[in-house]
Design a protein around this ligand. Structure first.
Ligand SMILES: NC(=O)C1=CN([C@@H]2O[C@H](COP(=O)(O)OP(=O)(O)OC[C@H]3O[C@@H](n4cnc5c(N)ncnc54)[C@H](OP(=O)(O)O)[C@@H]3O)[C@@H](O)[C@H]2O)C=CC1
Ligand SMILES: CC(=O)C(=O)O
Ligand SMILES: [Mg+2]
Length: 423
């Protein structure tokens, strides 16, 4: 679809037949005076009193345990930048739809007009009685790191900045599979990165925990390569990735690199830069909505490249939609108090392994992993049954589950049903 048609279709999709993408629906019969008596006054008072006597009763008597807040202040909306909370609402409604569609989780999207990190934190902390979990979205770096850390310390429900960890999880799975196709080892490859914000820093942290050598990483922000000694007071997260190098530009950083990871802005990579990468280059151009370089431009200059973008209109969509519905599903279902490293790594492995399984409809039984299919499609009906139980099991094994499951196989069957309904 050309860009004019896409714009028209997207605006019409959002406007018709009624504005927006989500609504709230009752889950109980409410047809007569008797059901009104139960749902509202006087019957509702009994539910209130039960929760006042024992807060855990809220899990049985309200929607809270299946209700997640998608929260933003609109400071880093996709790659569009600081467009503010109101303009971010279509993205947040979109996330709400994806939670519901893929994992049957209800979401309130909250666009908060507050840029001061401490005031935003205080606002979010006060929402704990309403929600079973908090998905932070499109809050810019470096504030996002402080905001998430404070919330994790002050709240007893899962807090997950999707642009950091959801992206890192799917990038981790995609890179592991791409490296295996390219026949390269993670501890030996050179990586050039465009972007040093929420998503890029979290991806690097996870890739390092998977074996990537920090000395083989060169990161660029909007001012070029982050090299040792560049700034007197370098932001601490950038400082962790400052390189001992004479390279100063992204073009120099990409020369000879095995992997390019783009989490910055559309169009910052040229064909010439890709031409100078190592053999079988892995190009993850993940800026949204426009990637750092389009796949057709990469393939035109490097037929040996393995390419991914964040978009659904090209093969290999590396997008956090493959993670956030399922990591929350697993966490909520065991009453996890947090989403920890063990749960994230379980999710990475589950995605990477699922991509290696034969497709359900495969006649040959061959592995589905190819250069054009590094990771499962967002509509793969097996995602819920693979990811949510892996996350739930990791939560239980790492001691953060308040309501451990007694039968993981039965839980997996329930997730398979959700997956089939979604696809
Ligand atoms: N595919 C996916 O699933 C996801 C994709 N993304 C995409 O990643 C991008 C960044 O998102 P996020 O990390 O949340 O945003 P942040 O605002 O936290 O970070 C943006 C980073 O990009 C850098 N940057 C801006 N312009 C350039 C440039 N011309 N060259 C190099 N670096 C540049 C900024 O540099 P500086 O520090 O100097 O300001 C900053 O480090 C967006 O396009 C977003 O859509 C994000 C999450 C998931
Ligand atoms: C996908 C996503 O979360 C982003 O581009 O910000
Ligand atoms: Mg985002």
């Amino acid at each position: 679809m050309n860009s004019t048609l896409l714009k028209q279709a997207a605006l019409s999709y959002h406007a018709n037949p009624r504005p927006g993408k989500i609504s709230v629906a009752p889950t109980k019969e409410l047809a007569d005076a008797k059901s009104l008596t139960l749902a509202y006054s006087p019957g509702v008072a009994h539910a209130c009193e039960a929760i006042a006597a024992d807060p855990v009763a809220a899990e049985r008597l309200t929607s809270r345990a299946n209700l997640v807040a998608v929260i933003t202040n609109g400071t880093a909306v996709l790659g569009l930048g600081d467009i503010g909370p109101l303009a971010s609402k279509p993205v947040m409604e979109g996330k709400a739809c994806l939670f519901k569609k893929f994992a049957d989780i209800d979401v309130f999207d909250l666009e908060i007009a507050e840029n001061d990190p401490d005031l935003l934190i205080d606002t979010i902390v006060r929402l704990e009685p309403t929600f079973g979990g908090i998905n932070l979205e499109d809050i810019k770096a470096p504030e996002c790191f402080y905001i998430e850390r404070q919330l994790r310390e002050r709240m007893r429900i899962p807090i997950f900045h999707d642009d950091q960890h959801g992206t890192a999880i799917i990038v981790g799975a995609g890179i592991l599979n791409a490296l295996s196709l390219a026949g390269k080892d993670i501890d030996k490859v050179n990586v050039a990165v465009s972007g040093a914000g929420a998503a890029a820093i979290a991806c690097l942290d996870l890739l390092v925990s998977l074996g990537l050598d920090r000395r083989n990483i060169k990161v660029c922000d909007s001012r070029g390569v982050i090299y040792r000694g560049r700034d007197a007071n370098m932001e601490p997260n950038k400082a962790r990735y400052q390189a001992d190098t004479n390279d100063r530009t992204l073009a120099e950083a990409m020369a000879g690199a095995d992997v390019f990871l783009g989490l910055s802005q559309g169009g910052v990579v040229t064909r010439e830069m890709v031409a100078r990468m190592a053999r079988d280059p892995i190009v993850f151009a993940l800026a949204n909505p426009l990637p750092e370089i389009l796949p057709e431009d990469v393939h035109a200059i490097r037929p040996d490249a393995i390419v991914a973008t964040g978009r659904s209109d090209y093969p290999n969509q590396i997008n956090n939609v493959l993670c956030f519905p399922y990591i929350f599903r697993g966490a909520l279902d065991v009453g996890a108090t947090t989403i920890n490293e063990a749960m994230k790594l379980a999710c990475v492995n589950a995605i990477a392994q699922l991509a290696r399984q034969p497709m359900a409809d495969s006649a040959t039984g061959e592995s589905a992993l190819t250069r054009a299919r590094l990771i499962p499609s967002p509509f793969d009906p097996r995602l819920a049954a693979w990811l949510a139980p892996a996350v739930a099991a990791a939560a239980m094994a790492s001691g953060v589950a308040r309501r451990p499951l007694t039968n993981l196989d039965r839980y997996r069957e329930g997730m398979a049903h959700i997956g089939r309904e979604a696809s």
